[in-house]
Design a protein around this ligand. Structure first.
Ligand code: FES
Length: 182
């Protein structure tokens, strides 16, 4: 008899992935599915997201389907054509078909001697130039020039109402605030 854990156990699954799936060739698709430059096929193989693409020189290349910025998936699982480059769906970094990073989006951040704490944030006391706010005081003691102005690319709240999730978040802030109206 075979112990059922070998079929269903997490440890056995991890063992299969490490000892077999990630050490041997796995079928992703047929070459005919990559007729044109930029044709790709993305899937999860052995627990790892991968993408195979037809390069401009006619060769096939395979990569982890993971952006080096914040690990977003470059393409959704399935088949498609990305043209001459992959564009990350999260923040838009672009990768050549040989996997090289081609360009990163300018998020608009500029080096500035000022630290903006976002005066629109309800937890920041902006009265009297922030003199009573502990965060502002602490930053000033550390030598920061604190800017209390509202930030232009602000985070929005996402709330759930009867129509579903509404609102939005600026991915440049990499976070969100969630509320629930019910
Ligand atoms: S995760 Fe890809 S550009 Fe940010």
């Amino acid at each position: 008899m075979l112990p059922v854990e070998l079929y269903r156990g997490e440890a056995a699954l991890r063992g299969d992935r490490e000892a077999v799936l990630r050490r041997s060739w796995q079928f992703v698709g047929h070459e005919s599915q990559f007729a044109a430059t930029g044709d790709y096929l993305a899937d999860v193989i052995g627990g790892a997201p991968v993408v195979v693409v037809r390069k401009a020189d006619g060769a096939l290349a395979g990569f982890h389907n993971v952006c080096r910025h914040r690990a977003g998936a470059l393409v959704a699982d399935g088949q498609g054509n990305c043209g001459e480059a992959f564009t990350c769906r999260y923040h838009g970094w672009r990768y050549a078909l040989d996997g090289r990073l081609r360009n990163a989006v300018d998020f608009g951040a500029a080096n500035s001697p000022k630290t903006n704490v976002g005066g629109e944030h309800p937890a920041i006391d902006t009265s009297e130039n922030g003199d009573h706010d502990p965060l502002v005081q602490g930053l000033r003691q550390l030598g920061h020039q604190v800017d209390l102005a509202d930030q232009s690319s602000g985070l929005s709240a996402i709330i759930r109402d009867v129509a579903g999730w509404v609102g939005g978040a600026d991915p440049r802030r990499e976070g969100l605030v969630m509320g629930d109206t019910r």
